[in-house]
Structures are given as structure tokens and as C-alpha cells.
Design a protein around this ligand. Structure first.
Ligand SMILES: [Zn+2]
Length: 56
């Protein structure tokens, strides 16, 4: 496994939210990218901060 950083575009409430610099592991055999737990949490916390979700 090689460490790298990736970007993901995630659909949220009808918008596309770009999350960059996510730490990930790349499989040396098949080239597939795996996100670990902390990376998934980072994505989640970024999504939760989106103004679209900040309903008053
Ligand atoms: Zn693989």
C-alpha cells in the first residue's frame, strides 16, 4: 500500500461538494484507492459544515 492524497466530489443536497487532500492508500496490485477511517471522518465533517445544511 502506498500513501497518497485524493480528491472526491460528493453529491449533497443537490450540489456537488469538492473535498480535497484526503489521505488514502493505493493498492500496488490493482491501483484501487482506499480511504481509511480518519479520512472518511474528514469528509463527513467537511460535508456537515456546508452552508446548504445550515438551516435556521
Ligand atoms: Zn488491489
Amino acid at each position: 500500500m502506498t500513501r497518497t492524497t485524493v480528491s472526491r466530489t460528493i453529491p449533497l443536497a443537490g450540489r456537488q461538494v469538492r473535498v480535497e487532500n484526503i489521505k488514502a492508500s493505493v493498492c500496488a496490485d490493482c491501483g484501487e484507492t482506499y480511504l481509511d477511517g480518519p479520512s472518511l471522518l474528514k469528509i463527513e465533517s467537511k460535508l456537515l459544515k456546508q452552508p446548504v445544511l445550515a438551516k435556521t
